[in-house]
Design a protein around this ligand. Structure first.
Ligand code: FE
Ligand code: FE
Ligand code: ZN
Length: 275
């Protein structure tokens, strides 16, 4: 089994997201901890969080996969951008503790010309400044497409970050199928080898969530443009094999496909029909 859901907007509150996901037929979801393009966050109402937690328990939800802002870059060459990223990360992780036991995923960053080694060390440094030994959130590094100066386009880069993080039991990886494919990993024809490689480099115990997307581009394109399930270069058969892969069972799968509500509902049902 897997948990399946999609990205939802926090506009109507937290319990509302849980209810929406139940209406969609899913049992996990992702949400941006703030405006995805940056900016102010809404205050959290504790009763609303409690109501979501009760709903998740009642409906057997899997862990949620919150998503950090796209504007957060912990390894920008620009010092102000870096400081702002650290601020966002700090606040996001404080908020996540209101929903203990869930995941906080973010894009590791883009080194913007500083070089991969500097990028990796700045990301790890930021995480070590903010992560606490008693936190109940697991921080996830997302596998990236390797676009521009992005860090995390290879499993080795993610491993390097993890190696330098102090609280290793609180860090993991979110496997984005579109990104991994765009980065060059052949998850269509050779999923077993890719997962074996992931295991060798990072360790499958660190694989905590999947972003379940098809891709508008061919393997190795380094583009990062998501497509609806079955409409892209991965294709429905490959998507199905991924969802059913024995090594990926029990994980939360989050759709980040270009869809409206009806589209998400249909994709959630497509996936559930495979089981
Ligand atoms: Fe992402
Ligand atoms: Fe993603
Ligand atoms: Zn993406």
């Amino acid at each position: 089994m897997i948990y399946i859901g999609c990205h939802l907007s926090v506009t109507d509150g937290y319990e509302a997201m849980g209810k929406t996901m139940s209406r969609f037929g899913g049992n996990t979801f992702a949400f941006f901890t703030r405006n995805p393009r940056g900016g102010k966050t809404k205050p959290i109402i504790p009763e609303d969080i409690d109501a979501l937690r009760a709903h998740m328990k009642k409906e057997g939800f899997g862990p949620l996969v919150a998503h950090g802002s796209y504007t957060m870059n912990l390894c920008s060459a620009n010092e102000a951008t870096r400081a702002n990223g650290l601020d966002m990360l700090t606040q996001d992780l404080v908020r996540m503790e209101l929903l203990p036991g869930n995941f906080y995923n973010f894009h590791p960053g883009a080194h913007t010309g500083q070089g991969m080694e500097t990028g990796i060390s700045q990301i790890a440094e930021a995480l070590n400044q903010v992560m606490k030994p008693d936190m109940q959130t697991t921080v996830l590094l997302e596998t990236m497409a390797g676009k521009g100066s992005e860090v995390g386009g290879t499993f080795e880069e993610l491993r390097e970050i993890i190696d330098r993080v102090e609280y290793k039991d609180k860090i993991g990886v979110c496997f984005d199928t579109c990104h991994t494919w765009d980065a060059g990993y052949d998850i269509v024809n050779d999923l077993d080898s890719v997962l074996h490689h992931f295991d060798k480099v990072i360790g499958l115990s660190k694989l905590k969530a999947v972003h379940f997307n098809d891709s508008k581009n061919d393997r190795g394109s380094h583009k990062d443009r998501h497509e609806k399930l079955g409409r892209g270069f991965l294709g429905m058969e490959a998507m199905r094999r991924i969802a059913l892969h024995p090594l990926l069972q029990g994980l939360p799968f989050v759709l980040e496909t270009p869809n409206d509500d009806e589209g998400y509902m249909a994709e959630i049902h497509t996936v559930l029909d495979w089981f």
